[in-house]
Structure formats: structure tokens, C-alpha cells
Design a protein around this ligand. Structure first.
Ligand SMILES: NC(=O)c1ccc[n+]([C@@H]2O[C@H](COP(=O)([O-])OP(=O)(O)OC[C@H]3O[C@@H](n4cnc5c(N)ncnc54)[C@H](O)[C@@H]3O)[C@@H](O)[C@H]2O)c1
Length: 317
């Protein structure tokens, strides 16, 4: 049993995000239910949860005992009523479509008690907008995990206009209890913090590529070895102080005006999407992949992320 006010969690949607989130809760002693409407997705999710356990075990983030506990605590179901029956917390991870989510919130409110917290993993839909269809909007809150959810520690907790402070405090407590790092997004702004910063970086990278300033590989190398590596230890706010605000002032006064302010989507991305070049999932995007090259590539990335996390773990304590 957990020491927080939340004992049971239902995760709704078992696609990309749901299985990793469910594995985290189950291995931290929460009575966890994972639900999806698709049988195929459900079967895949069961296998994904096992992959998550194995990766975390092999890298020393979980013990055999924790995994056994996880298996015991996690139930898979295709019935929403069964998944949310008597739960303290519902985390919605269904597709990013407002009408779908509205339908879900309307229905789930008829199936849970009025104190059950309803959290959304939305990447950027306003929480206030999601809560509009609810009778008790005070318990609707954003809980934005980063992909892969069993590896990336930060979770943005977003209060909508009506979200109660109590719901935020409870979610904060739970996030710390599952050994993740909560951040409070004080205003319900599109993209929250993570995606606003990430999309600013990606817009500029695509602009540099379109302008022929460097290859996609070289742009990634600069970001990975110059910026990303440093930012994992020294955040941009800390970096401003480290570099000196006078230096930032001088550089920003000529550079900011030269940066991309493209309001639409890059023409390159638009064309690629139109021709079905979507990246890893279709074997071609900004780079090319073969079906054989993808599993080892993903494995290497997960190993590197967990290796870095191990080194930075003191910061998590
Ligand atoms: N993929 C990411 O990198 C990522 C990261 C952070 C947040 N998110 C957000 O998390 C949410 C889920 O994203 P995802 O990438 O896991 O989506 P996904 O499309 O991979 O999975 C969504 C799942 O929800 C199921 N579903 C649809 N309607 C349902 C319903 N009424 N009840 C139960 N299941 C239902 C679908 O069958 C599907 O399996 C979205 O809001 C997304 O913006 C995604």
C-alpha cells in the first residue's frame, strides 16, 4: 500500500504512453488498472509492460521483487466501468482529440465518486477546456508525462482555471512517491513548459536545415553534444547567470531578430507528411531506417537515457 492519499489508479488508453505509466504505478505499490478499447492494443500493452520491466531490471532501476509486486498490482481490462470502479485517481491517456476527451470526461464522471481526481496526460490541450464538460471541474488537472514515461523523470502538473489546490497537492505528493519530478505549471498555457521550449528548439533546427546551414546529422550533433548535454546539468536559467546577463543582452540584441519566427509548420515537414514519410513508423522521415535497424536503435537510445539518468540520479534525490 502507498503512503499517499491515493491508493488506486486507472490509466485510460494503453497506446504509446499508458503501459509505461502503468508499470511505474504498479511497481510503486499502487492498485493499478490499465484500460483500452482496442483488443490489439491491449495485447501489445501487456507485452510492452514486460519489456519495460526487463529494461528497468537490466539497468538496475528495478529489482525482481518490485517487478513481482508490479505484476500483482496491475490489472488489464477493456471495461472502463471496471477500470475506474472505486479508484482514487484516473489518468486519461487517450488520443489528443478534444471531442474524444470530452466524451470520456462526461462518461467517467458518472462512474466515479466526486473526490476521484481526473488527470489528463494531454500534451497541450487547455485543462480548463477539458474540464468544461465536468460537473466537478475542481478535480480535473493536467499530469503531463514525457515519453518514454518510465524513463524521463519530469511530470508537469497543470492547474486549469477551476482546478483545486487540493488536487494539485495530492498529485504532487503522488508524483514524488513514484520517484518522478513534479513541476507546477501555474497557468493553463498551450504546450505547457516542456513542449513550448522543445518546439522553439525544433523550429530553429528545421529553419537551419531549410536554409542549408548544416546537415540534419550535424544539427543534431551540436544540440546533443553542445546544448543537450549541458542542459541536463545546467538549466537555461542557470546558464544565463553562468554566461553573464550582460553577454546574453549583447548577443540577444542582434540574434533574436534573426531567429525563425515561422508561425506555420515548416514546408519540409508539410511535404513529408503529405507523402507519408513520417519517420521511424514509416521507415523514412528526416533520416532513413530499415525495419532491422529500428529495434537496436531504440534499444541503444533507451540504454543511453538510463545510463545518463544513473549518473544524474543524485539530483533526483
Ligand atoms: N506519445 C507521446 O510522446 C506523448 C507524450 C506526452 C503526452 N502524450 C499525450 O498522451 C495522450 C495519449 O497519447 P499516446 O501517444 O499514448 O496515444 P496513442 O494513440 O498511442 O494511444 C491512445 C490509446 O487510447 C485508446 N483509446 C481511444 N479512445 C479510448 C477510450 N475512450 N477509452 C480507452 N482507450 C481509448 C486507443 O485505442 C489508443 O490505444 C495524448 O493526449 C497525447 O497528447 C503523448
Amino acid at each position: 500500500m502507498t503512503t499517499t492519499r491515493i491508493k488506486s489508479v486507472a490509466i485510460i488508453g494503453a497506446g504509446t504512453m499508458g503501459p509505461g505509466m502503468a508499470a511505474v504505478f504498479a511497481t510503486h505499490s499502487y492498485d493499478t488498472r490499465l484500460m483500452d478499447i482496442s483488443e490489439t492494443v491491449m495485447e501489445k500493452a501487456k507485452a510492452t509492460v514486460e519489456v519495460v520491466y526487463n529494461v528497468l531490471l537490466s539497468e538496475g532501476f528495478l529489482t525482481e521483487e518490485q517487478i513481482a509486486k508490479g505484476r500483482q498490482n496491475l490489472r488489464f481490462t477493456m471495461s472502463q466501468a471496471e477500470a475506474v470502479d472505486g479508484v482514487d485517481l484516473v489518468i486519461e491517456a487517450i488520443p489528443e482529440k478534444l471531442d474524444l476527451k470530452h466524451r470520456f470526461y462526461k462518461e467517467v464522471e458518472t462512474q466515479v465518486g466526486k473526490d476521484t481526481i481526473l488527470a489528463s496526460n494531454t500534451s497541450g490541450l487547455p485543462i480548463t477546456e477539458l474540464a468544461k464538460v465536468c460537473r466537478y471541474p475542481g478535480r480535473v488537472i493536467g499530469m503531463h508525462w514525457s515519453n518514454p514515461p518510465h524513463i524521463i523523470p519530469v511530470i508537469e502538473i497543470i492547474q486549469g482555471d477551476e482546478t483545486s489546490d487540493e488536487a494539485r497537492e495530492i498529485l504532487w505528493e503522488v508524483t514524488e512517491d513514484i520517484e518522478m519530478v513534479p513541476v507546477h505549471v501555474k497557468r493553463d498555457i498551450a504546450g505547457f513548459i516542456e513542449n513550448r521550449v522543445l518546439y522553439a528548439v525544433m523550429r530553429e533546427c528545421l529553419h537551419l536545415l531549410d536554409e542549408g546551414i548544416a546537415t540534419a546529422e550535424d544539427i543534431d550533433t551540436v544540440v546533443k553534444w553542445g546544448i543537450g548535454y549541458k542542459l541536463a546539468v545546467i538549466g537555461p536559467m542557470e546558464l544565463l547567470d553562468m554566461a553573464g546577463l550582460d553577454i546574453y543582452h549583447s548577443v540577444a540584441s542582434y540574434l533574436n531578430a534573426d531567429l525563425s519566427n515561422e508561425a506555420g509548420v515548416s514546408a519540409r515537414v508539410q511535404e513529408k507528411v503529405k507523402s507519408g514519410e513520417l519517420g521511424l513508423k514509416t521507415g523514412k522521415g528526416l533520416f532513413g531506417y530499415t525495419p532491422e535497424s529500428i529495434p537496436p536503435l531504440m534499444q541503444k537510445r533507451m540504454k543511453r537515457l538510463l545510463g545518463t539518468k544513473k549518473i544524474l540520479a543524485d539530483w533526483l534525490q
